[in-house]
Write a new protein. Structure first.
Ligand code: AHM
Ligand code: MG
Length: 339
């Protein structure tokens, strides 16, 4: 083993000095649950070929998407590992129709939203996928949760992060005080701090969007993408990279800079990605790394969802790139108003 600085995620959580001890203990305990769910999911993915875990489960979810066997394994792992921490008040999962209750006597102070296995269309061909989570403090003072505990601004989040099941397994996390990346060392079964204070470049050179949808895009998205691809005035055209797993595309954007986009278009008028467990948690990470995340006009963290599975258009990444995209959107809006 050749680590020079062995800080495990557990130790790092307990030494987060900007919070009081009680909060640190609650958060460390909650994160134990999240780490455990990520390790179970990681193992299931790595062993899927031997244990017939690839393929469909034969049911559809609330979004009318085909559910894969691994989606169910990951969802159960998150629900069980989180409930058993006794720190969770209620949960929202991409895979469940309604808010998930926690039995009385086992409930705690945090509201958790998660996408247990994001990018699952990529699973069967061995392309990187991930898990995403957001953490909010509960609002209801009594034992029963209500929608007001979950239909809230992204800015109310106190932690968020993702696990990336790639060539290495990583957990990237913010507690509102910067972004930190931990890599799973399989030899000891621990997430070890490998990426301190992750920051995103002010301007990148990569754009990431499903270009197959370009016939459905509005003029502002079309003009913006044409602009960054052009070599007018001697500028270097941006490179295109699109994995189709949001966690992987956002992780690359965080490390290399650029912009990740899933716009609204005439086929998906609200975009595709869901606010509570995809857009908001990753927007928190990107902002904490010094980048920007916007729906084209408003910072995503300032949006308030109307239902738990609400979708939102999203543009996130280097602040220069996202600001320029917003300019194209504003010009397009002004043009359509003046017609
Ligand atoms: P999923 O949570 O059901 O896997 O769907 C979300 C995924 C994102 O990871 C990714 O950015 C997007 O869907 C890709 O969608 P598309 O295939 O339309 O480009
Ligand atoms: Mg998803």
């Amino acid at each position: 083993m050749s680590h020079t600085n062995l800080i495990t995620l557990n130790r790092w959580l307990l030494s987060e000095t900007h919070k009081d001890l009680a909060h640190r203990l609650e958060m460390a305990n909650l994160m134990q649950g999240i780490q455990l769910a990520c390790k179970i999911t990681n193992n299931a993915i790595k062993r899927a070929g031997f244990e017939q875990l690839f393929g469909l489960a034969g049911i559809t979810n609330v979004h009318s998407e085909d559910v894969k066997k691994l989606d169910i394994i990951a969802n159960d792992a998150f629900k069980m590992a989180l409930k058993s921490t006794r720190e969770v008040f209620c949960m929202v999962s991409e895979e469940e129709d309604s808010i998930i209750p926690v039995p009385e006597g086992q409930s705690g102070n945090f509201v958790i939203t998660f996408d247990p296995l994001d990018g699952s269309s990529n699973l069967d061909c061995n392309v990187s996928v991930g898990s995403i989570f957001g953490v909010w403090p509960k609002i209801s003072s009594d034992k029963n949760f209500s929608e007001k505990d979950v239909l809230r601004k992204g800015r109310d989040m106190i932690a968020s992060g993702y696990a990336l099941y790639g060539s290495a397994t990583m957990l990237v996390l913010t507690l509102g005080n910067g972004v930190f990346g931990f890599t799973l060392d399989n030899t000891v079964g621990e997430f070890i701090l490998t990426h301190s204070h992750m920051t995103i470049k002010h301007k990148g050179q990569i754009y990431s969007i499903n270009e197959g949808n370009s016939v459905y895009w509005d003029k502002s998205t079309q003009n913006y993408v044409n602009h960054i691809k052009s070599n007018e005035g001697g500028k270097t055209p941006y490179s295109s990279r699109y994995i189709g797993s949001m966690v992987s595309d956002v992780h690359r954007t965080l490390l290399y800079g650029g912009i990740f986009m899933y716009p609204a278009d005439s086929k998906s008028p609200q975009g595709k990605l869901r606010f509570l467990y995809e857009v908001a948690p990753l927007s928190f990470i990107v902002e904490q790394a010094g980048g920007k995340s916007s729906d084209g006009k408003t910072a995503c963290l300032d949006l308030v969802p109307k239902n738990i599975h609400q979708r939102n258009p999203v543009f996130m990444g280097s602040s220069h790139d996202v600001s320029l995209l917003e300019k194209f959107h504003a010009e397009h809006t002004n043009e359509s108003h003046s017609k």
